[in-house]
Design a protein around this ligand. Structure first.
Ligand code: SF4
Ligand code: SF4
Length: 422
């Protein structure tokens, strides 16, 4: 490689940690689906390094292998050499954004729909209104083809609009401290009921819960697309909204957002003003499943015949949390719990991937649907809204109306003891 042609966008030390052993290949969904080395972690790292050194030009063609990566970080979790694949991916995507002209459809989806609307709860609420009318009137077939995929994820009905608490609640259990809930953007508009379930669970566990005003998108929708400047702006807005010194924990119920929040430290490491609070924020961030002890709540017996759990990639691979949610679901489901084949293989949702890469997302969705149906389960529990919508869409396409897909907070909250009144 010729160092004089280096464009130098990668952390070369981290990139050179890859020893090309190939142990990550069997965990990579795009490689498992295609058997194509170019669509494997090893192939992508090779390509990143070659573009970084200027050996391969940065073109639309070289961007395709990077664009097809789900960012699921399954490769990172199994890598014996400790390659920080997620960071390399973000650096490469930031470089591609600067260097490659995107087509109109991709720009419409990423810049207008995802970054311009989804990441802003108030805009999303307005944008969803006509989408809901279209679905209620059954007019989906008249919508331009490029918008049908995003439309399939919109609920026909508006979720219960009762507002979330802005003030502290008093718990009935011995107080373990005050925690703050991250409401997020997509979660706040489309999954408010899940937030209420989350608050009920935290109260039952013995925490006071606050939902700080002035917070917004965690930044994941931007960082996954390599828009790191906007991701940093989101992080700073949240740091200003949360006073973590008085909190036991910052709690998040969406795996993709949790992984971004836990990375605020490295994200703002070069910002002298915000680096200390970013580090403190990340240290205090916990997924909901990390806050609940399975035995500390007297759960009601489950009525479900069979229950399984789907690992959200950003919980299992990026945060390495697989046991805590499983133990909670198993505790509540009892003998009804079954494991699903390939439960830690990405479902194809991956943030906005199912919108920008519909072909591969569709293949992974069908694969996941097949695995769900093979368990003959009544309920699939998961920890991320994107996975939940993706699996619901897969089951709907398979004309299955008997299997429910539930967020772990809703599943657990449905089994809280009635007498707590929470
Ligand atoms: S990323 Fe890790 S597991 Fe994959 S080829 Fe490189 S060193 Fe091996
Ligand atoms: S992040 Fe996921 S899709 Fe991308 S290379 Fe790693 S395992 Fe494959």
């Amino acid at each position: 490689m010729n160092p004089e042609r280096s464009t130098g966008f990668l952390d070369t030390l981290k990139a050179s940690a890859c020893i090309h052993c190939g142990l990550c290949l069997a965990s990579c969904p795009t490689y498992v689906e295609t058997g194509d080395e170019n669509l494997s972690p090893r192939g992508r790292i090779y390509l990143m390094r070659a573009m970084d050194k200027g050996v391969i030009p940065t073109t639309q063609k070289s961007a395709r292998a990077i664009d097809s990566c789900l960012g699921c970080r399954a490769c990172e979790a199994v890598c014996p050499s400790g390659v920080h694949y997620g960071q390399l991916l973000e650096e490469t995507r930031e470089h591609l954004n600067r260097s490659v002209q995107r087509g109109w459809k991709e720009t419409l989806l990423t810049k207008v729909f995802v970054e311009g609307i989804l990441a802003h709860p108030e805009r999303m609420e307005i944008a969803l209104t006509p989408a809901r009318w279209i679905k209620q009137a059954g007019l989906e077939r008249f919508v331009p083809a490029a918008l049908r995929e995003p439309l399939s994820f919109v609920d026909k009905t508006r979720p219960n609009e009762q507002s979330l608490p802005a003030l502290s609640h008093t718990t009935r259990a011995p107080k373990l401290g005050t925690v703050a809930l991250v409401a997020g953007c997509v979660m706040d508009v489309m999954f408010r009921e899940t937030h209420r379930s989350t608050i009920r669970l935290l109260l039952a566990a013995g925490y006071d819960v606050v939902v700080p005003q002035g917070q917004g998108c965690c930044g994941a929708l931007f960082s996954h697309n390599g828009n790191m400047a906007e991701a940093r702006r989101c992080a700073i807005k949240n740091l200003a909204a949360f006073n973590v010194s008085n909190l036991e924990a910052v709690v998040i119920n969406a795996a993709g957002c949790g992984s971004t929040l836990k990375d605020y430290g490295p994200l703002l490491a070069q910002d002298p003003q915000w680096a200390p609070s970013a580090r403190a924020f990340s240290i205090k961030t916990r997924d909901l499943s990390e806050m609940l002890e399975p035995e500390s709540i007297d759960w009601r017996p489950s009525r479900f015949r069979k229950v399984t759990y789907q690992d959200a990639c950003h919980l299992a691979h990026a945060q390495r949390i697989t046991l805590a949610p499983r133990n909670l679901v198993k505790r509540v489901a009892g003998d009804a719990y079954v494991e699903m084949p390939e439960s830690d293989l990405c479902c194809g949702s991956a943030g906005s991937y199912n919108l920008t890469q519909p072909e591969m997302a569709g293949r992974l969705r069908r694969r996941k649907t097949g695995n769900i149906l093979s368990t003959n389960t009544e309920v699939v529990v998961t920890s991320n809204p994107g996975c939940l919508l993706q699996m619901r869409a897969g089951l709907q396409a398979a004309k299955n109306s008997t299997t429910q897909v539930l967020h772990i907070a809703d599943f657990l909250a449905a089994h809280l003891p009635v007498e707590t009144g929470i």
